[in-house]
Design a binder for this molecule. Structure first.
Ligand code: FEO
Length: 404
């Protein structure tokens, strides 16, 4: 990705990482990612906002040169994680007199995570400004979006909000501005699900704060720049709301096909009632359980219910289902209902163990639906009743949401 221009004297000089398929060894990045770094050229000083993952330091340095950046007076650090701080040392080697600027929490974390002494930073707090001559950067810490140290920078004259991870997406593109195609919306939703869904209360406040600024552009640290910020603001409003859609997410794993019979029957009966079932075979990529399970997390952003379907293995659920349960619980989705279905061989404690794996879910719990061996016609009729009850609940919840 070459250096790109946001407006006169404001450049994106970061790097694309097209072939990165997993982030944090956890999150599938179907569309790759970018590490965005921005140069703001003022009359008296130039600031570099964030750097890039250490693997891409060469691209950053090349883009700085290509953008005509011959001086860096300030390196603004909005967040400690190494995908943004990983090239600071290289920048300081090139411009040793550059002043590091960061919120107190970033400086504290930089000492422990990147081994740059806290004393090396000029500390900025809420509302403080950095004067670049004819341009002004104002700082807003946004703790727990998604670390305690995240910070936003606001370029007052051009009304550009450098939002750091907030409003970001793992989407690699050679273009600077969002085209708002389906893939870009999906990438933003995926990113929201794994980074911000556990921090809804905080992020609601930051969304309101960002809207109040009425930015001309939102420039995050990953993915394209939102040149029409209402697009991403409205999406966040929807994802952060209490509204749910008439969707049931069914991550499943099957060993000999019996649990799959239950999943197929449940999905078709839900569909007959107007409820969508998103079924994901979470063990379909055995070399990497993160892939389908990561997609499940994104499915949960606005779904009304989660039903995990699993056979029993040594009394507990299949390990793939345990992983899905752990992740769903940790991500705190707004699902209203949680169910467990599955087939077991000769004995099971799956109802008890899965309850303990999902303590983070604040959903109403349906009675577990478990059958011994291959489901019989009688079992499937009982499952039809389970599906009808679940569909009624889901439809009622999604109507409530629509009214609210
Ligand atoms: Fe993109 Fe929290 O680092």
């Amino acid at each position: 990705m070459p250096a790109l221009t946001l407006c006169d004297g404001v450049f994106e000089v970061g790097s694309a990482h097209d072939d990165r398929h997993l982030f944090d060894s956890l999150m599938p990045t179907t569309f790759g990612t970018t590490y965005n770094a921005y140069v703001v050229v003022g009359k008296t000083a130039t600031a570099l906002i964030d750097t890039v993952d250490p693997e891409k330091t060469g691209v950053l340095m090349r883009n700085l040169a290509e953008s005509g950046t011959t001086r860096v007076d300030y390196v603004v650090c909005l967040h400690t994680e190494q995908d943004h701080s990983g090239s600071i040392r290289a920048v300081l080697e090139r411009w040793p007199d550059a002043v590091l600027v960061a919120a107190a929490k970033v400086a504290e974390f930089m000492e422990t995570h990147v081994h740059i002494p806290k004393a090396r930073f000029r500390i900025v707090a809420e509302g403080d400004v950095l004067d670049l001559g004819d341009r002004t950067l104002r700082f807003f810490p946004v703790p727990f979006a998604h670390w305690p140290d995240n910070t936003m920078a606001w370029l007052e004259e051009e009304r550009i909000l450098f939002s750091n991870d907030l409003f970001g997406s793992h989407y690699s593109t050679g273009r600077i501005f969002a085209t708002v195609g389906h893939d870009q919306i999906q990438a933003a939703k995926d990113y929201y699900s794994e980074i911000f869904m556990p921090f809804v209360t905080h992020v609601r406040k930051y969304l309101a704060k960002s809207r109040a600024l009425s930015p001309a552009m939102v420039a995050p640290s990953h993915g394209p720049v939102w040149w029409k910020p209402e697009t991403i603001f409205d999406l966040y409003e929807d994802w952060l709301s209490d509204k749910v859609k008439p969707v049931v997410v069914i991550p499943f794993v099957t060993m000999h096909g019996s649990t799959a019979v239950l999943v197929e029957r449940l999905a078709s009966r839900l569909a007959e009632r107007g409820v969508s079932a998103v079924c994901r075979d979470i063990a379909s990529e055995p070399a990497n359980l993160m892939l389908e399970t990561g997609h499940m997390v994104s499915d949960l952003v606005d779904a009304a219910a989660l039903v995990i379907a699993s056979p029993s293995v040594l009394g507990d659920a299949h390990p793939a289902a345990v992983f899905a349960a752990f992740l769903a619980s940790a991500m705190k989705p707004k699902v209203r209902f949680f169910g467990l279905i599955g087939s077991f061989g000769w004995g099971t404690r799956i109802a008890e163990t899965m309850a303990s794996h999902t303590v983070g879910l604040k959903a109403e719990r349906l009675e577990p639906f478990l059958v011994k061996g291959l489901p019989t016609d009688e079992d499937l009729k009982r499952l039809d009743a389970y599906a009808a009850n679940l569909a009624d609940k889901v439809l009622a919840a999604s109507r409530e949401g629509a009214a609210g």
